[in-house]
Every structure is written in C-alpha cells, then in structure tokens.
Ligand binder design. Structure first.
Ligand code: MN
Length: 499
C-alpha cells in the first residue's frame, strides 16, 4: 500500500521593503541557497520549495491560503531574514491551517568582524526579526515548532527532518479511516471512546461493517491466488509443524493467506487504512485473523484488537510518520501481558493473542498453528518472533470522558533472558523508563491502557508535538519522570483540558 504522498514543504522568508532593492535581492538569493543546500543535504525526508519573499499583507495572506489548498504541501517553514513587521502576518496566519515550523537561523554563521557595518546589520537581523514574528504567533496562540541554529548544522537539519515527519502525522491524520468489523469487547472500558469527538479532534473516520461482508470478500479470493501467497509464506518464513500433519498445517496457513488477500482487497476497495477485529465476533471467518493481520500491519495498515479503533488509528499514524526511514526498526500494536519482577531484571512481556507486526522482529520469523484458548474457531496460523533491542515509545490514547489524553512512555527494549519455546506468539520485552516501578505507577495513575501503539522510530517529542497540534493533552513518562512531578502534570492537564 502507498504510505506517502509526494509531500513538499514551503520555505517562506519574511522581510520588508524598508532596506531597498539590493537588500531584498540578497534576501532572496540567501533563501535560494539555503533551500538548495537543505535539499542537497540528504537529511530531509521531503523536498523544500522556495517561495517568493513575503513582504506585504496581501502576499502573505495569499501564500498561506495557497498552502492550505495545495494537497502536496504538508507545511510551511518561516524564517525572517530581516525585520518583518508582524502585523502584516496576522490575516495570513489566521487563515493558515497546516503545520508550521519557525526556522530561527541566520545566513552567515559568524559575525564578519572585519567588514561588519550597519548595512550588514540591517540585512541580517533574524535575531530581532524572528522575535517580532514569534511574538505574534505566540499572541495568536498558534501551535508551531521552533528550530534554532545555523542551517548548515547537521543537528538543525535533523530537527527539521524530524518535524517534517511530525507534520506528515498531522496532515495525514484527517485521512485515516478505520474499518470496524466488530464492536469493542463486551464490558471492556479502555478500548471504548467517543468516535464523533475523535473525528472532531483527529479527523478520523471510524465506520462499522458487518463482519460477514468482509468474510464474503475473503471467500471470493481464488484458490490459485491463495496458493501463490502460501508459497510466498513458505519461502519467507520457517515452518514449525510441532508434530502437526504437514498438509493439515498448510490448510490452516492457507486460511490466513485467503484472509490477507480478502481483507486487503476489501480495505482498498472501500478506502480504509486501518482495521479492528475481535476474536469473539468472527462471523463466517474460519480463524481469528493472525498471520493475515500481521502481514497487513507490516504493509502499513493500522490495527487494533478487540475493536480497539483508537490503537488502530494510532498505529497507522505512527507508520506514516516513520515510513521510508533509513534503518527503521518497526512499529506495531502491542499489549502489556505479563511481568518479570525479578529484582534488577524487571520488565513487561509484550505480546498479543497473535497480532504483532513483524516490522519489529529480529532474527528468524516462524509460522506456528496453535489453539487460541479463546473463542470457538480453528487453530489460527501466526508469525512468531522476538523483537529488537533499543529505545522505543509506547503510546496510549485514552478517552477520559471529557477529553482525550495521550500517554507517551519511553521504554528500553531488551532480549528476554531465555527462549520461551512453548509460547506460540510474537513478543517484545521492555523496561519502562525511568524504571519499572515508577514507569508502571505513572502509567496507571494517568489511566493508560493495556493496548499500545509502539514504535522504535517515532520519538516522544514527535508524538508530543502531534498531540499539541491535535489540541489534546499529552503526558510523558521517561527518565525525567518523578511521581511527585507527574501528579502535578496530571493536575495541570485537568486544569487546562478538563471540562
Ligand atoms: Mn487485547
């Protein structure tokens, strides 16, 4: 599936005509060089497009409105080369609706000690031009990112690159459509939520379909298509028969291949990028979609189990934000399952019944068929693996009744000490920051769920900025967290976001 449009970011330089034509010529030339070099750096995931220097109310307003309607424009980068009186920006900023980056930079890196004069000072004054501009954006209460430093610095370019990915999460959020082929699991609280409010806040469309409509699409997949996909599975994955008859095993695997193809065709046809299922509501499906859902998640679809549409949408968004990253380590739905409480080795074993995305795997991936121990269907085939080491973030979007809150916990992923040969599911294992006890205590105090949208590649800062752009509360649990301060964060959230 296509994960990204050919997005571009507009580079808009602020100035004014007070300093004469030669100054404006230099401003335009400097901006041209900066844009050219940023594009050449190889650091930015998307192209930057230079726009004519913004010097009047009319041009500013027109440019921001053009950015609004250009479907390929994912955001605007603003830099004030000279002073640019900020009242000129009010109407344009009022009407602008996309992500905004304030690049607080300067063309020259060093003060030209021997030659500096007042002409130079007037031409290169982002130090006060950008303050005038920032003042207005703050006064207007507009959410934006500020990146500070010389434009040739790798660190600055990486911050711009990271923000570009956040911007994709913001502009793509209103294109996320979640297909529900089952309701939330009966009596479960945390997977519930207000779907109308989710559309207002995030732009998500969350629609229900009878499970048998998608089961019909599965039934319509031909035997030859199914067998071709089974062959692909057998080439790609290790087959762990564990005493089962090879032919019977293969028939179980074929059920998942047919589900993968049928689901994918149904989602494509109806334009959905995320899906939820429920082991207790499978209609005519012969198995709980396991291997099939794992493969769809790897292709970029969002997924939530037991009807958890919030997780499905979040997985989709985090996959969009990390799409095409060099050395990406993966993004998946996960579930806090069971603990290791041995002192010094504390951690949470992450798994689900079946549905973990193989993008987070490390080492061999095997197919197993095992009973589900829940529900009433045949033993589903699933991919089994363990996951990578390293830092990641576990996020949980919860509906508190009066608002959404996004929890963002930085976690340290590790290998479990020993193999778990009897466990027939994919797993990850992590210790939440700042430490197991504080991390879990903070998570529970904040009301975090057992299902999470997890990523090695998306950062806590990016998700915090995404939440701010959506106008919702975000709380961070990381190495800076203490319970005393965290409780103050929650109290502050109640004051700012509570009704
Ligand atoms: Mn679950």
């Amino acid at each position: 599936m296509k994960l990204q449009r050919n997005y571009k970011f507009w580079f808009c330089t602020g100035s004014q005509d007070l300093y004469g034509d030669e100054c404006l010529k230099n401003v335009a030339e400097h901006s041209r060089i900066i844009v050219e070099q940023l594009n050449k750096s190889g650091v930015l995931p998307f192209e930057v497009v230079l726009k004519p220097t913004l010097i009047t109310n009319e041009v500013i307003r027109k440019t921001f409105n053009e950015a609004n309607i250009d479907e390929d424009c994912a955001g605007v980068i603003v830099w004030c080369h000279t002073f640019s009186p900020a009242k000129s920006w009010i109407l344009g900023l009022q009407e602008y609706r996309k992500p905004l980056l304030h690049l607080h930079t300067q063309f020259n890196e060093e003060i030209p000690y021997d030659t500096i004069d007042m002409d130079f000072m007037n031409e290169n004054q982002s130090a006060h031009g950008d303050r005038e501009w920032g003042h207005m954006v703050t006064r207007m209460g507009i959410e934006r990112k500020v990146v500070v430093g010389h434009w040739t610095s790798q660190a600055v370019q990486e911050k711009i690159a990271s923000w570009m990915r956040t911007a994709i999460g913001i502009v793509e959020s209103s294109h996320v459509r979640v297909m529900r082929v089952a309701d939330n699991m009966r009596n479960v609280a945390v997977t519930e939520g207000d779907k109308v409010e989710a559309q207002l806040k995030f732009g998500w469309e969350v629609d229900a379909y009878p499970v048998n409509e998608i089961a019909e699409a599965v039934g319509a997949v031909s035997e030859s298509d199914t067998n071709a996909l089974v062959d692909e599975y057998y080439d790609k994955y290790e087959i762990l028969l564990e005493g089962r008859d090879p032919e019977e095993f293969k028939r179980h695997v074929a059920v998942q291949a047919q589900i993968e193809l049928g689901f994918e065709r149904f989602l494509e046809e109806k334009n959905y990028q995320a899906i939820v299922t429920h082991f207790g509501d499978l209609g005519a499906l012969k198995q709980l979609p396991g291997l099939a859902i794992q493969r769809l998640m790897e292709k970029g679809y969002g997924f939530g189990a037991e009807g958890d549409w919030k997780v499905a949408a979040m997985v989709r968004i985090m996959k969009l934000m990390s799409a095409g990253m060099k050395d990406a380590k993966g993004t998946s739905m996960l579930e806090d399952y069971t603990y290791n409480l041995v002192p010094g080795k504390e951690g949470i074993l992450q798994a689900h019944m079946l549905e973990i995305c193989p993008s987070i795997s490390e080492g061999p991936i095997s197919i197993k068929c095992q009973p589900l121990s829940m529900g009433d269907r045949e033993d589903p085939a699933r991919l089994v693996f363990t996951s990578k080491e390293g830092t990641g973030i576990a996020t949980s979007l919860i509906d508190l009744g009066d608002r959404f809150r996004l929890l963002i916990n930085t976690v340290d992923c590790k290998k479990v000490e020993k193999p778990m040969p009897k466990l027939p599911v994919a797993t990850a294992f992590w210790t939440p920051q700042p430490d197991f006890a504080t991390g879990c205590e903070a998570w529970i105090l904040a009301g975090g769920a057992h299902h999470t949208a997890f990523s090695y590649d998306v950062t806590a800062e990016q998700m915090g900025d995404w939440a701010a752009a959506m106008g919702i509360e975000a709380v961070f649990i990381d190495n800076n967290t203490t319970i005393r301060d965290f409780k103050k964060d929650l109290m502050l959230g109640n004051v700012v976001f509570g009704k």
